[in-house]
Design a protein around this ligand. Sequence first.
Ligand code: NI
Length: 383
Amino acid sequence: MSHTENLESRLISIRRYLHQYPELSREEFETTKAIKLWLEEAGIELRESKLSTGVFADINGRKPGPVIAIRADIDALPIEEQSGVSFSSKIKGKMHACGHDFHTAALVGAAYLLSDAREELTGTIRLLFQPAEELGGGAELVLGDGQLEGVQAIIGLHNKPDLPVGTIGLKEGPLMAAVDRFYVKIRGKGSHAALPHSGNDPITATAHIITSLQTIVSRSISSLESAVVSVTRISGGETWNVIPEDVIVEGTIRTIDKAIRSEVKEKFYSIVTHTATAFSQDVTIEWYPGPPALSNHKRITDLVEKTAKNLGLNVIVPEPSMAGEDFSLYLDQVPGTFAFFGTSGNEDWHHPAFTIDESALIKAAYFLTQSARDLLDLLHFDN
Ligand code: NI
């Protein structure tokens, strides 16, 4: 039996299996095993890899030619599922709340379709089932493992709950934000709450720092540019009558433009260090740069737009998202495009009641398949 027979129901059961057994970043061991099995069942050859999670494979056409990569991310999130679907997560506190189960199943579907069409292909389609997108670092692992070597173009997609099934968001240029993360420790001098003058209160100092940080976007960055500064964790003190020694502040900064990214960072350091000094605090800043902004290549986006229209999809130009996506690291190496795929969901990404309308799944599989084929043809004529 061909693997593309009853493809839609097959992909839905693959997705539901993944959904019931979600695994966090860098722990996708069972997911990895399952993907390998699904590919090997269809006679698809796996590529060697030194990574403990993630699956990589090549579908070689009848004749050698260009190499095109399709990427799906495979990891889940530490969220307790509340979607109420019959195939809800069986793992406590873990959930596919970003729909990476959908991406994985769609790429397995594309793998089956492309494998069936081997004889008609000139070139190679490389499948990248990438681990650890959520935690970050997954794309770097894949690059370090040499899986992008020889690849001339890359495509990928993310489900988009607020777009209806049958609609696809395609946009050349910036689509998703650069991600920076900070961890700040403000250290003063503890004291009796009744005698604040005998110490250096880090809580009051931290309050000023956090309030001032909100002026970066409102007072330093042009209102026509995009930037977000979010303080998401503050921790200090144990009780009501003691001023503590120190306070921890964590959060994230999101930007689209490279120059704005460094400007916000500079301003952040300046506000934190100078305000701390003004309040006689010692301060340490730990800065964790995440993936750069994701920017789609024009020519490939144009081509994929034609493919999507030929498949009867409704193409729109989406609003950029200030969420991050490490697909941007691949786009720094090779041209490509990342699409937003409509899934008529109830809630947005990372929500405990996040859902996907599964009728989008087969459409996504065909979209990835046909985009890769059209891209192969385009590059073949270029060579
Ligand atoms: Ni995601």
